[in-house]
Design a protein around this ligand. Sequence first.
Ligand code: FAD
Ligand code: SF4
Ligand code: SF4
Length: 467
Amino acid sequence: MQSSKQGIIMPNMSLEKNKMPMLEANDRIHSFDEVALGYSEEVAVLEANRCLHCPNHPCVEGCPVNIDIPNFIEHIKNKDYESAYRVISLNSSLPAICGRVCPQESQCESKCVRGIKGEPVGIGRLERFVADNHVDEEINKPVSNGHKVAIVGSGPSGLACAYELSKDGYDVTIYEALHVAGGVLMYGIPEFRLPKKIVQKEIDRLVKLGVKINTNVVVGKSISIDELLQEYEALYLGTGAGLPNFMDIDGEMLNGVYSANEFLTRTNLMKAYKDSSSTPIMKGDNVAVVGGGNVAMDAARSALRLDAKRVYIIYRRSMEELPARKEEVEHSIEEGIDFKLLNNPVEIIGENGHVKAIKCIKMQLGEPDERGRRKPYPIEGSEFELDVDVVIMAIGTSPNPLLKNSCEKLNVSSRGGIIIDDSGMTSIDNVFAGGDAVTGSATVISAMSAGKNAAKEIKKRLSNLVI
Ligand code: FAD
Ligand code: SF4
Ligand code: SF4
């Protein structure tokens, strides 16, 4: 706040959000270092002072986990960052992550009254500031209440569920198929957007609370749901939506065609970008990424950092319909990604079994479809070829059918999502589910919200049981 002559405290009425310091585009395209550097204390306090502490605080409604936003921001104004952290922690177990990757522009910040005339308060940036400046406290393992719960999948949904249960003394074990916990936070979202040490810190906090993590266990293969139910009173399935979709066009089996999931896993989880890594990856001089979401931007920007000379984003609609976060699109443009909009691939052309080019057709937009998005139509005779040696498909993912195939009692929708009732319970008694495994690919915070809500239901059910 600023003092007026009469001594009345005035808010900072600047119409613009304080800028986030960034690595320069020319420097960052040669490294996987984090691009956004975070607010300094001085800038964080300035930004916090843009908040009007509205009595009806519409921003809170825009946050899927309802963080008390004006309250945590008030503590920043008073430079009491640990109190700010405590307010956020009441509702979110992963603030350093959400402050970085939440699509704030369509969530909390979309409801901020400062956004009516000017830019909204930088809520996400302030959340990140608080989390990054938090001093780790001594974590005491809560006293056990004797109830045992298993969680399948260690993505944000499983981690949020584990946090909510373990802090109340539940004995929680996470089963994870990969060799590392964290789900998409570890294998999908690149280091330059979300440093892995930050995710690991959150996981370590859970372990200190007493959560056990069994990696390299594929539930449905190594152990069944029924076997888990013999040992645990309740299960939470947070298995995500990791099965990549393809376009079903000629050439998708050629060498040099990746799903974005595989390309990003090799890069992020298996560290293919490091000289010391033995993970094979086809880097490609000219790379085409098909799709327009966050995953496509992440794959394109990673390909660039793996020394590609030219990277194209091929998307069948226009810039206006691009589903990726605005910030990610801006960063991609700054870094020199070439957006081939209103184009759709029709074939991947090969030579000696390897990708040589991608054939596309130009598109035009018609009337809005049932979801309000204008439908793209091909323009007859407008095909053209782009010379590329790597193609990355980033056109969406679906829940993996493995769990369903291993357990007939588990009801899933025609799109593969696990069906749950209003309490988050599946067709199997005491087996809950949430996150991308239910909704299909969504957001970190919505997956966390589902995990947290399921934990509350599990607590309600189990607390009525006599041990
Ligand atoms: P996941 O994170 O997918 O975790 C599921 C876990 O379950 C995985 O670790 C998997 O290995 C494990 N698993 C699966 N099956 C089994 C089994 N049978 N047995 C044991 N373990 C199993 N969201 C945002 O909000 N902002 C972003 O900027 C953003 N960027 C993204 C970028 C990429 C590249 C991707 C892929 C997604 C992005 N998302 C983003 C979406 C977001 O990451 C997901 O919505 C979120 O991670 C879903 O969380 P989840 O816990 O449901 O699943
Ligand atoms: Fe906004 Fe996400 Fe933080 Fe909620 S968790 S306040 S939506 S940045
Ligand atoms: Fe502050 Fe905006 Fe929320 Fe009002 S709506 S309390 S200004 S963050």
